[in-house]
Design a protein around this ligand. Structure first.
Ligand code: KIV
Ligand code: NA
Length: 250
């Protein structure tokens, strides 16, 4: 089976086929989800929250990302593997960003990286793409900026903010990004951005009009005993199943 590439994803947008993306952090889960037909598996820095137990994604380091990307890459045969550039690894300098993305690709085995931010990253995105590194953008609610945003809130609600989002999306596309995540923005705004772009949009809490959707694995599978985001639909209740198994075993 051949692995999915950025060309396949672009064709999916053109044919209006929905792109299914999910996070993965370890070998067994990545293997099962790859076999389920996911198109993109993301080693999200959400691992700081759902795997490491932190309350934000800020404590995740480049070494953590490389380590988890290696596990997922070993498991996957078909999905495109994309890994997040963690906090401050892509916006201090373009050189830093190149080296960090290089480690994610070379040591981790990913086929692309995702970076949080808008037009201010244009030069960096161009350099990464120029170096052969596919880049996925990520705008709207960008969790690495949780402290600057004053919490995990909907973005792009005013007309001004919506226009800014659209301009950021266009800037990232012009810089060479192959897709853009829109996180927690109003459905109408996501629709406008999706129609304006020739590259796919991948929504999370962004309504039904994006070219694809991404969810955090633990939220999708109901593998959490804590907070579940409002936009999330649980497709299984793994936490209940595992608890029952534990009780039986005891
Ligand atoms: O870290 C993550 O899981 C993400 C997705 C939710 C887009 O960035
Ligand atoms: Na992330």
């Amino acid at each position: 089976m051949t692995q999915i590439t950025i060309r396949n994803l672009l064709q999916m947008k053109q044919k209006k086929e929905k792109i299914a993306m999910l996070t993965a952090y370890d070998y067994p889960t990545a293997r099962i989800m790859d076999q389920s037909g996911l198109h993109i598996l993301l080693i999200g820095d959400s691992l700081g929250m759902v795997v490491q137990g932190h309350s934000t994604t800020l404590p995740v380091t480049l070494d953590h990302m490389v380590y988890h990307t290696q596990m997922v890459s070993r498991a996957v045969e078909r999905a495109m593997v994309v890994a997040d550039m963690p906090f401050l690894t892509h916006n201090v300098s373009t050189e830093d960003a190149l080296r960090a993305a290089g480690r994610i690709m070379q040591e981790g085995g990913a086929q692309g990286v995702k970076i949080e931010g808008g037009r201010e990253l244009s030069t960096t995105v161009e350099r990464l793409v120029g170096a052969g590194i596919p880049v996925m953008g990520h705008i709207g609610l960008t969790p690495q900026s949780v402290h600057a945003l004053g919490g995990f809130h909907v973005q792009g609600r005013t007309e001004e903010a919506a226009i800014r989002l659209l301009e950021d999306a266009l800037a990232l596309q012009d810089a060479g990004a192959f897709a853009i995540v829109l996180e927690v923005v109003p459905a109408e705004v996501a629709q406008v951005v999706t129609e304006a772009l020739s590259i796919p949009t991948i929504g999370i809490g962004a309504g039904p009009h994006c070219d694809g959707q991404v969810l955090v694995f633990h939220d999708m599978a109901g593998y959490t005993s804590g907070y579940i985001p409002k936009h999330n639909k649980a497709y299984a209740h793994l936490a209940d199943i595992l608890k029952e198994a534990g009780v039986k075993y005891v």
